[in-house]
Design a protein around this ligand. Structure first.
Ligand SMILES: [Zn+2]
Length: 478
């Protein structure tokens, strides 16, 4: 949910009962969306138990159409159109043909997104989104409405696998404008929506003063599911010793995304909610996704993307590279996600699904920011970097109790507007408690190790090491 400026301002001024009425009105669309997702999932239900041959046939047939389209219509891939003739060959040949194409990097897409956009797909069929991902590296993405709907449905499927039934309620600890960060009512850290039965909690309000109220609201709402970023859920459960679940209420499952969970963090969530914990892996480019089944194994969705090496059983020499299979508006072929994906070969999951199982993806470790009043903010700060033209990469470093230094990689001419917006947003996210300075730095100097880290807390470096997954803000129905 993204609100235009004046509407957002107006919403933020509403007293909670009025805001909840507005949310309930807006929430009317969610049961409809769930119905659409249900239809999509019924259509691809068979893929959950395809044998290897059926999987291979799907990938080849989809690739055949996609490559014909990309080599003809997409500027970046048009120089390879001499390969078009070879698309008529047998299936194995089509998959092997991918190797003739260059690897696509995130940097390339960021520098010139239009080179990847197909002119033949009209704007009315598309949604353009700006995302910061989790690395603080913004991307402009153009996706067909259909690709977004299928991808939303696949993300949604995790809840179905975890026992979701129509009408179930959920508490959501994800980025959402539902809980204002400014105005007279920003001290109330939750809002309820009655039509879609959601309790919206704010990942920016996790602190001593609000934690008891947040926990009380969760217990009163009795949600069937708790959904959130693992870093935020973890903070929610660690600010108090006692479990959140009570003798007469516990959720069906806790659904997390964004970050991987360390075993001790998983234990903490399990003991606090007395419920199974189910993860989702994915990315905002929507070229790949995977969800935990009831056995806790991470199954690749298969429908949305093809990972090189997925069919052959051979680990690819480099990469792995992923080709998105859904989005004709901006095809990404052999896309370098930057995550090490490991397949659990020869494993048959007791849940009965044949979808490939991958190992949990741990990409990097992040800290948590702590404001002077004790407010703790995790990967949700990535929101500060959304939709900023010219921003290539960013990192938030807590230098002292009251000082955040934000390192940004931009061209010189983009620096001033980027710095002004980042200062304003982070000031808001930390309720004016922190002095925020912005420094321009080359991307190479921002990276630590092989992966970019979004948050580094030098002030309390041992507070909490949180391993992260990409696609932290991927939850359908925002
Ligand atoms: Zn399974």
């Amino acid at each position: 949910m993204r609100l235009p400026g004046p509407v957002a301002l107006l919403y933020d001024m509403l007293p909670p009962p009025a805001a909840e009425a507005a949310l309930s009105l807006y929430g009317l669309r969610n049961p409809l969306r769930e119905r659409t997702w249900g239809r999509i999932l019924r259509r691809c239900a068979a893929s959950e138990t395809w044998n290897e041959e059926e999987q291979s046939r799907y990938v080849s047939a989809t690739l055949r159409t996609l490559l014909a389209h990309a080599l003809t219509d997409v500027p970046r891939y048009r120089p390879y159109r001499s390969l078009l003739g070879e698309l008529r060959g047998p299936d194995e040949h089509v998959v092997a043909l991918l190797r003739e194409l260059p690897v696509t990097t995130k940097a390339e897409v960021r520098e010139d997104p239009t080179a990847f956009m197909a002119a033949s797909v009209p704007d009315r069929c598309c949604i353009v989104s700006h995302t910061s991902g989790t690395t603080g590296t913004p991307l402009a993405l153009r996706m067909t409405r259909n690709a977004v709907a299928v991808s939303d449905a696949l993300w949604w499927r995790r809840a179905i696998w975890a026992g979701y039934r129509r009408g179930d309620s959920e508490a959501r600890l994800v980025l959402s404008p539902a809980v204002p960060l400014r105005g007279p009512w920003s001290t109330v850290p939750y809002r309820r929506s009655w039509t879609d039965r959601r309790l919206h909690l704010s990942p920016f309000h996790l602190e001593e003063q609000t934690i008891d109220e947040l926990r009380r609201q969760i217990v009163r709402f009795r949600p069937d599911f708790i959904l959130g970023y693992s870093s935020s859920l973890y903070i929610l459960t660690t600010l108090r010793e006692a479990p959140i679940a009570t003798d007469d209420w516990r959720p069906k499952a806790v659904l997390y995304s964004g970050d991987s969970l360390h075993p001790h963090q998983r234990e903490r969530l399990e003991s606090s909610f007395v419920a199974p914990i189910r993860g989702l892996y994915g990315c905002m480019e929507r070229v790949i996704s995977a969800a935990d089944c009831a056995q806790g194994n991470l199954h690749l969705s298969l429908i949305d993307g093809y990972v090189e090496g997925q069919l052959t059983g051979e680990p690819p020499a480099e990469g792995p590279y992923v080709t998105g299979l859904l989005n004709a508006a901006m095809p990404l072929l052999r896309y370098d996600l930057g995550d090490a994906l490991t397949f659990r070969r020869g494993f048959s999951c007791p849940c009965g699904r044949t979808l490939p199982v991958i190992e949990p993806v741990i990409t990097r470790e992040d800290d948590v920011l702590v404001t002077p009043s004790g407010r703790r903010v995790g990967s949700a700060v990535a929101e500060a970097f959304k939709g900023l033209p010219g921003l290539r990469m960013a990192q938030v470093v807590q230098r002292s109790a009251r000082h955040l230094e934000v390192l940004v990689d931009t061209r010189e001419r983009d620096y001033d507007p980027v710095a002004a917006t980042v200062r304003k947003r982070l000031g808001r996210f930390t309720f004016g408690e922190m002095e925020v300075t912005v420094t321009r730095r080359a991307a190479l100097a921002i990276r630590h190790g092989t992966k970019a880290r979004l948050i580094i807390n030098e002030h309390r470096p041992k507070l909490s090491g949180l391993p992260r997954r990409p696609g932290q803000d991927l939850e359908p129905g925002r």
